[in-house]
Write a protein that binds this ligand. Structure first.
Ligand SMILES: C[S@@+](CC[C@H](N)C(=O)[O-])C[C@H]1O[C@@H](n2cnc3c(N)ncnc32)[C@H](O)[C@@H]1O
Length: 293
C-alpha cells in the first residue's frame, strides 16, 4: 500500500473589510481559557442518560473487547512489510463510551447551540441528523457510541489496518442486526442512525473516503506524530464552517479551528485531555467575522 500523501495546505482565509459579515451581529465565541466553568458544564451534561446509554453500548460491543483490537493491530503491524506501519500512528488504544458521549453532549448542549461560536442561526446537532466520522476507528466502537448519543444520519469509521477494518465490519453487521434487540433506546427511537465502517486511509482524499462533509469528526490522536497531525489539520481545513473536530491528547495544529473546550477523560491506558475544536471560517471567507454562520 502506498504511503499517505501530504495534501497541500488550504489557502489562508483573507480579510474582506466591508464584506457582509461586518454588519452581522457579533456572536460570542466561548473562550475555554477565560470563560471556563466546570460547575455549569457538569450541570448541563445529562449523566443519567449517559449512564443508561452506556449499558446499551456495553451490550452492543460485548463481543469486541479491547484485547481483540489490540491483538489484531499488533498482528498487522508486526507482519507488515512497509516500515510506515511500525510508526506510533498505528498504536492501538480505545476511548470509553463516556468520553465520546460527553464530548458530543457538550456540542449538542453548549457549543452547537444557535448563535454560539460559529454554529450559525440553526446551530449544530440541535435536531436529528448530521454526519459523524471516527478517523482511525479501530474496531469501530466509538462509531457505535456516537450513534447512541445523537440521532446522526450516518456515523462513519475509517480504518487502514486490514484486520481492524474487518472486525469493524463485523461490529457494523452486529449493530445492524442486534441494535433493536439489545437497546430499548434504539428500538424506541423514531430515527435509525446508519453506521458504516470503511477500509481506507483517512489522510488520502484522492483514494479513500473524504470526510470533509462531517458535522463532527472524532480522532484519537494520542500517539500521532507531528507530521501526521499537520496532514490531518490540512485536510480538516476543508471541513465546513461551524463543524467540530474532537482530538485526544494533541491539539489540531490549525489556525482555522478554535479550541472551545478541553477536559481530562479516561481512555484505555489511563487519562488524556479531550479537545473540542470548532471550524471558524468557510474556506474562502474573511477572518474579520467573529461570527455567525
Ligand atoms: C488510537 S487508535 C483509536 C481507535 C478508536 N478510534 C478509539 O479511539 O477507540 C488509532 C487508530 O488509527 C488507525 N490509523 C492510523 N493511521 C490511519 C490512517 N492513515 N487511516 C486510517 N486509520 C489509521 C490505527 O490503525 C488505529 O486503529
Amino acid at each position: 500500500m502506498s504511503k499517505p500523501s501530504s495534501p497541500k495546505s488550504p489557502s489562508r482565509p483573507r480579510s474582506r473589510p466591508g464584506s457582509k459579515q461586518d454588519i452581522r451581529p457579533k456572536i460570542q465565541i466561548i473562550d475555554p481559557v477565560q470563560n471556563r466553568d466546570f460547575k455549569s458544564l457538569n450541570i448541563v451534561i445529562d449523566m443519567p442518560l449517559i449512564e443508561k446509554l452506556a449499558k446499551d453500548y456495553e451490550n452492543l460491543v460485548e463481543d469486541f473487547p479491547l484485547a481483540m483490537g489490540q491483538a489484531a493491530s499488533k498482528r498487522d503491524r508486526e507482519t507488515a512489510e512497509d516500515p510506515m506501519y511500525k510508526e506510533p500512528n498505528f498504536i492501538y488504544s480505545e476511548v470509553s463510551f463516556e468520553t465520546v458521549a460527553i464530548a458530543i453532549q457538550k456540542i449538542k448542549k453548549i457549543y452547537g447551540k444557535p448563535m454560539t461560536g460559529t454554529s450559525g442561526f440553526h446551530g449544530l446537532l440541535q435536531h436529528r441528523g448530521g454526519i459523524f466520522y471516527d478517523l482511525g476507528c479501530g474496531t469501530g466502537k466509538a462509531v457505535i457510541a456516537a450513534s447512541l448519543i445523537h440521532d446522526f444520519d450516518t456515523c462513519y469509521g475509517i480504518e487502514w489496518l486490514g484486520s481492524l477494518a474487518l472486525i469493524a465490519g463485523d461490529l457494523e453487521s452486529s449493530y445492524n442486526s442486534r441494535k433493536k434487540v439489545v437497546s430499548k433506546t434504539i428500538a424506541d427511537r423514531e430515527y435509525d442512525t446508519h453506521c458504516t465502517m470503511v477500509f481506507g486511509n483517512m489522510l488520502d482524499f484522492g483514494n479513500s473516503k473524504k470526510w470533509d462533509n462531517a458535522d463532527v469528526v472524532f480522532c484519537n490522536t494520542c500517539t500521532f506524530t507531528n507530521e501526521y497531525m499537520n496532514t490531518l489539520a490540512d485536510l480538516a481545513g476543508t471541513m465546513k464552517k461551524g463543524s467540530f473536530f474532537i482530538t485526544i491528547s494533541k491539539k489540531l495544529p490549525s489556525d482555522v479551528f478554535r479550541i472551545v473546550d478541553y477536559q481530562m477523560y479516561p481512555i484505555s491506558f489511563g487519562e488524556a485531555t479531550v479537545y473540542i475544536h470548532q471550524k471558524l471560517y468557510h474556506n474562502n471567507e474573511s477572518d474579520s467575522s467573529d461570527d455567525e454562520g
